[in-house]
Design a protein around this ligand. Structure first.
Ligand SMILES: [Zn+2]
Length: 97
């Protein structure tokens, strides 16, 4: 029976295993980490901070949302395009007065 052990935690897996419980990815050979990160990142990588900054400071928030590793690309695109729509509406309303 073919088996392999995880280089990260030494757990034994069948040869067909793609990923270990500890988060080690056999395909990429990297420790991806479990779903919940054990250590929170710096405040500027917090998606909530980034989205709040997007609403309050605009361009700075776009930068923060774009660089936070904790949002998927489509979530970033959604946040930034929502902000762009709100910003252009605000500009349009102030211009029409
Ligand atoms: Zn492991």
């Amino acid at each position: 029976m073919a088996s392999k052990s995880c280089p990260s935690c030494d757990l034994i897996h069948p040869e067909s295993a793609l990923r270990c419980e500890c988060g080690y990815d056999f395909e990429s050979g990297r420790l991806e980490g479990p779903r919940a990160p054990s250590k929170p990142g710096p405040w500027y990588e917090n998606p909530y901070v980034a989205i709040a900054a997007l609403c309050l400071c605009g361009v700075i928030g776009v930068f923060l949302v774009a660089r936070t590793p904790r949002l998927s690309p489509w979530e970033k695109a959604l946040c930034i395009s929502l902000w762009a729509v709100m910003a252009s509406l605000a500009v349009y309303r102030s211009a029409s007065h």
